[in-house]
Design a protein around this ligand. Structure first.
Ligand code: ASP
Length: 348
């Protein structure tokens, strides 16, 4: 527990988002501030006696502008500085934080150190900000070691509102509440109260603590998302399922993986499957899992060539597909790997 003994060294990577803004006293607008001054803004961090270096994306971005190229830059940055630090904290806008944390979890394989994403709903320069608490908890968790001197949480996580969640299990669920993220299908990895209580049994450990992680930066982004809804038209379904630039489609279905059983719909599914596309079934529900054996409508999807995404979030399915498709042109191989639990992203 006594991290001051180990003098942990951490790298704080600022990508943008609300957390790094401060009210300009002259025109009262929110503006990004220089993160070189982070210790001045959050003097509490100095009490940890960690070495905290910081670096910033240039330009910093609202996370709604995040792109796969940003994930590649982030993954390369962490990989390139991996040996210099005990842990990494990524300050990121909340809007796409779950997408980024999911993608990074697949791009960095075999982590032996924490990569903790955090941000805030209110800027750090505002008196009632949630940013300081989020950042302080993220820093403490990123530096935490177990009894053998290994990182306590060698995973890509999101630390928000006193909860540490596996990044690829999260979804942003609230636009303005401090509890902005949920991880409904996986309990928190830690909860910060008076003490930070770790759920050690759930935290994933690398096969070999002495091996550097493998870096996967080749991403194939030819994935579309089809959200099923009453009234969806054949033309829309055809455009998304059978588009020539789409290699995989995530179907966001109802409940335990159901969709319309109308002949035109199933015909289009079969057509896309015959074209060799990867069709992945993920539920629109916040919690629970796809099971295409429960209802006739689900079974019809399975028989038409749709793969189960189990209890994956859409964000995680997207990052996993990008990454696996970037590794191989073989769709059968991608489908096989999609069924496996690679980074704790599905309950299997
Ligand atoms: N639009 C902001 C972003 O995601 C919101 C936030 O940071 O909370 O960058």
């Amino acid at each position: 527990m006594d991290n001051t003994k180990t003098k942990a060294s951490l790298l704080l990577i600022y990508t943008g988002g609300t957390i790094g803004m401060k009210q300009d006293p002259t025109d009262l607008t929110l503006k990004p501030f220089n993160f070189g001054q982070i210790l001045e803004e959050v003097p509490e961090l100095a009490k940890f006696a960690y070495r905290i270096d910081s670096c910033s994306f240039d330009p910093i971005i609202d996370s709604s502008d995040i792109e796969p190229s940003s994930w590649q830059a982030l993954a390369r940055l962490i990989y390139g500085r991996y040996d210099d630090y005990d842990g990494f904290i990524v300050l990121h806008g909340t809007d796409t934080m779950s997408y980024s944390a999911s993608a990074l979890s697949f791009m960095l394989e075999g982590l032996t150190k924490p990569v903790i994403f955090t941000g805030s709903q209110l800027p750090i320069g505002v008196p009632r900000t949630d940013g300081k608490e989020n950042l302080i908890s993220a820093v403490e968790i990123a530096a935490e070691k177990d009894g053998e001197g290994h990182a306590r949480v060698p995973e890509v996580c999101i630390c928000f509102d006193n909860m540490l969640m596996r990044g690829n299990r999260t979804t942003k669920v609230h636009a303005d509440n401090f509890r902005a993220f949920r991880s409904e299908n996986c309990p928190p990895l830690a909860e910060a109260g008076i003490h930070i209580r770790y759920n050690d049994a759930l935290i994933r450990k690398p096969a070999d603590w002495n091996r550097r992680p493998a870096l996967h930066t080749e991403l194939d982004t030819r994935v579309s998302i089809l959200k099923i809804h009453p009234g969806i038209t054949p033309q829309v379904v055809q455009d998304i399922l059978c588009g020539s630039d789409t290699r995989a489609v995530i179907l966001e279905t109802y409940g335990s993986g159901n969709a319309p059983s109308k002949p035109w719909f199933l015909d289009l599914i079969r057509r896309a499957a015959d074209m060799g596309k990867i069709l992945l079934n993920v539920t629109q529900c916040l919690a629970g899992s796809v099971d295409m054996d429960i209802y006739a409508n689900g079974k019809a999807l399975k028989e038409a060539g749709v793969e189960s995404g189990f209890d994956s979030t859409t964000e995680s399915a997207l990052g996993k597909l990008f990454c696996l498709m970037g590794e191989t042109p073989d769709n059968a191989e991608v489908k096989k790997l999609m069924r496996l639990n690679l980074r704790g992203e599905i309950s299997k």
